[in-house]
Design a binder for this molecule. Sequence first.
Ligand code: PAP
Length: 331
Amino acid sequence: MEKSQSLAGEFGVSDEIEELLLTLPRDKTFDGSSIYQYEGAWYRPIFLAGLISSRKHFQAKDSDVIVITFLKSGTTWLKALTYAIVHRSHHAIFDSNSPLLTTNSHDLVPFLDFAYSPNNNNCSEHISTDDPRIFGTHIPYSSLPDSIKNSNCRIVYMCRNPFDQFISHWKFLQNIAQEQSVQPISFEEAFELFCKGIHSFGPSWEHVLGYWKASLDNPRKILFFKYEDVKEDTSFHVNKLADFLGCPFSDVEKSRGVIEEIVKLCSFDNMKDMEVNKTGRFRGNGLKNSNFFRKGKVGDWTDYFTPSMSERMNKLMEEKFSGSDLTFKMS
Ligand code: PAP
């Protein structure tokens, strides 16, 4: 079979994973590369290898914080906010030496799937051993490592309206394809795949509903955010996240404006302008950090969707989310 490729190019995977891939349904994702269906969700080989490896080797601790998102739903942002909240008293978070100014949040809060992947590109070197440890992942709820589900570690989850999420993913992969001189598939074809649920970690609605239901069943373990809500009132959500993580802001911190400082530090404009995010690369897979900052808007989809696409997507979302009480702000 053709050699497995990852987002950033030629990562090989182990013989065990190669053999597993041969047995799995295969399709392609928006940049034309292969994805495989495993336990109902679609994965690039490198992420599938990471999933299997993290399930074997990752042991969650009660004090861990796991930042989980459906991809392109604000991962980079939520990681930065979580890191800033958790470490606000340990590091000079607001100084010129702040780790958030010199390191992209994906490197500060490593992806579990990369950190525990056999091809980890030395990610594990950057895993903090200080408690609480913070990890990120896009793994669907049903496939999470058992120790995450069974320990008292906490999960903060964020999703995004599927219209903007799809555009963000499509534009991201178009940029990567351009960088790698690969011909991406057309916008229409990508939309078709999206509607069939064939995209990394998809179907997106199953991912979102998995965490939505789990958060309703266990609200002390899973805090469920939507990108649009956090955008609308970031301070409120920063406060809520700190309460959830067991490190609430004191009255003194509130009166000193610490919440607003965190909101400003992690704002789209501020993060996009940081030198590390303009010129640096993500240690996990070598992608340019700048790829993670595009527009950071709610409602950007209106510039791309045709009326028939909007109609189809609306119908699909109505069907998939019906009965769940889950709604999304579209603009
Ligand atoms: P990932 O899942 O690959 O890690 P993720 O960070 O979730 O990516 O998605 C990137 C999106 O978040 C981009 O959205 P856009 O394409 O619609 O613009 C990016 O601009 C947006 N984003 C990144 N940082 C922030 C931030 N600090 N505030 C708000 N949005 C942000």
